[in-house]
Design a protein around this ligand. Sequence first.
Ligand code: NAD
Length: 448
Amino acid sequence: MSSTTAVSLTELKNRIETRQARIGIVGMGYVGLPLALLFSNERFRVTGFDIEQRKVETLNNGGSYIVRILPQAIQQAQRVGFVATSNYSDIEAMDVIIICVPTPLNEFHEPDLSYVSSTVESIAPHLHDGQLVVLESTTYPGTTEELVVPLIEKGNRHGLTVARNSAENGIHVAFSPEREDPGNETVARHDIPKVVGGCGVVASDLASACYGSIFRRVIPVSTPSVAEMTKLLENIYRCVNIALVNELKQLCMRMGIDIHEVIDAAKTKPFGFQAFYPGPGLGGHCIPIDPFYLSWKAKQFDFRTRFIELAGEVNINMPYFVIDQLADGLNRHRKSINGSKILVLGLAYKRDIDDLRESPSLTIIELLREKGAAVSYNDPYFPTVGHGRHYALNMTNTPLDNLARYDAVVIVTDHSTYDYRAIVDQSQLIIDTRNATRGIDSPKIVRC
Ligand SMILES: NC(=O)c1ccc[n+]([C@@H]2O[C@H](COP(=O)([O-])OP(=O)(O)OC[C@H]3O[C@@H](n4cnc5c(N)ncnc54)[C@H](O)[C@@H]3O)[C@@H](O)[C@H]2O)c1
């Protein structure tokens, strides 16, 4: 049987078990590319779809554009059939299609599902009986049933519908959230249990079989909405707890208490407490964004998600708090932000990664420029920074020499490659938003 004709349920399961199933992953970004490599490691033939031609070419040339993914990993995947393409007609040859495209907020802070919609509209005509489509992009509960399913049914050129039970022909659809923590080397990706919610038991069963071949544990849940909400609960939990420690940090500073010492003591409790750490504000594609997907959806149900709004308010204000601390620090040296030379150390939204999305460093640099500072940055992961969704910096990485020429150095991201002792020794004033200088005793340091 050719792979572009209808595939029976048993046959698809069999193909998955024998690694014959062809896997298509749409969106070769921070989520999709590592997922493609996981399937390739298990000897599946994977096709990566992306609209960015530069990415497709880099991958097909055996290269990588994500620092922590080495070109050798791409080349190893190529040896078991990995290819990248922008051609959606190749969807027909796939058995499983997994969608990993962005889900940002628009300028009004509302969900922007245009990437998901356009992806589903592009793949829908090419889908055939018996294929499994899984959405992995983080989104509000209801997206799979209310957006993905109707778009597939509307766009399919064979007039196929989404199958709901074993007796039915059609396309199988499920949602399975990506739960990766970029830069966290303590848990291997295949050890993160995979939550799966299908539109019907068959889709759930197929998606579980598919992910079960690359993840050690699969957690089936009753519906896609449960799976969608699970991901949001996890991220809202982080967002709210980070806001809590950010607020307590500000109180502790007024009270002369070291919040980090408090957290270190509290986390010795063997139950009922999980440590979260304060910082200069939230960053990344998930925590600053995902909670607002739920608060937007909640309004349809005449419900206000007050925890989310409050946590958002505290976290969004953190870059402004950093600027206040810098102003106080400079004031002690009889200087103002206006006219000062400031070095921002670390741009990435967290340590040791090459991801700038929603990073608080961007807001901090813009605020400093608005106040008349001459701002430079150092971050080994970004030789240059141009402009993005919410920023236009157009800056070049400054070498870490002659730090004494800056009126202040603001540590925004605590990359592990920095020698913090040397940085403190050479600088006039340090604003440390990450407790990166812990253990170093110097009147030059403002920990905030
Ligand atoms: N990055 C993370 O750590 C992380 C963790 C968990 C969940 N997520 C979620 O996963 C999803 C993807 O995030 P990401 O970080 O991989 O995003 P990303 O921006 O790194 O990658 C998305 C990719 O999709 C491509 N794309 C966009 N529209 C497309 C289309 N119509 N067809 C084909 N390709 C298209 C883009 O070119 C890009 O390469 C988001 O919903 C995000 O919230 C991300």
